[in-house]
Design a protein around this ligand. Sequence first.
Ligand code: ATP
Ligand code: MG
Length: 285
Amino acid sequence: MQNAELIKSLTGHSGCGLNLYKKDDKFFLRKDSGDCSYNRRLKKQYIKQNKFLLNGIKTPTIYNHGHENGLFYFDMEFLNGITLAEYMSNIKIKEINSLISLLFKSLPVESSKILPDTDAIFKKKIRQIKTKLRPSDSQALIAVEMLENFDFSKVPFSYCCGDLTLENIMLDDNKQIYLIDFLDSFYNSWMIDVAKLLQDLELHWSYRNQEIDFNLSMRLAVAKEALLENIAEYENAKENICAIYHILLLNILRIIPYAQDDKTHLFLKNALNKIIQTIKQTEKN
Ligand SMILES: Nc1ncnc2c1ncn2[C@@H]1O[C@H](COP(=O)(O)OP(=O)(O)OP(=O)(O)O)[C@@H](O)[C@H]1O
Ligand SMILES: [Mg+2]
């Protein structure tokens, strides 16, 4: 890249390169695939970020994209902000409801549509996941059975970010919400995004490698309740919440084959237990 000065390298978990550059007094962040096998995925991420369309929420503006040394890249606005994962530690309790409502109300719940093949798409995904699980993992197989028996046909189709974790939500100095790091999903639904949010608010996935103190866990619990209250304002709340927890169960099963350390294995075992119990309870009520 001509005349651009490398200021700082950031890190994510995906193996992508994230480098902050300065050119002609302007900053930009370049995200590259890190490995050409990731080119296709990053290109899809670029496309999704480029056609981002949620109300009241922004995404970093993309300035440029292309290939360099065989790697796909895109250049975007560098945000002067922090992730919601970090912000949650110090957020004012009374600010939580409005922030979660703003986030939820931006999702295209009302314009989402029920499509005919949805259950088949989910069942195909569940079959794929099952082949990757160990037959001796009885708890995971119980979860698979729950998913096989669940009817996903009411999961509506809509725009979806695909990886709405607290680490992929940023706030700038003006508390403007930005979403980053979009993911191509096997199915697009606002429920997929809400399930990812619950993965952090209820299971603390993004915090799995750190100690969570009382202050943070209390704030996450308040945020979880706020999210569920928002869902409860719509029709079919009970069915929707039940579907979202099944999607969360599916998310956990998808991670299991990739877990490499004891800490992650234990996290996933506890997460499975918790979500299985929550689903049983939701179905009973
Ligand atoms: N446009 C941006 N401006 C400022 N910081 C950013 C921006 N994009 C990413 N970051 C920071 O870099 C971190 C990693 O970015 P990103 O999520 O895009 O990377 P990734 O490797 O795909 O991540 P992961 O797989 O860990 O989710 C973010 O959590 C955020 O802290
Ligand atoms: Mg990320």
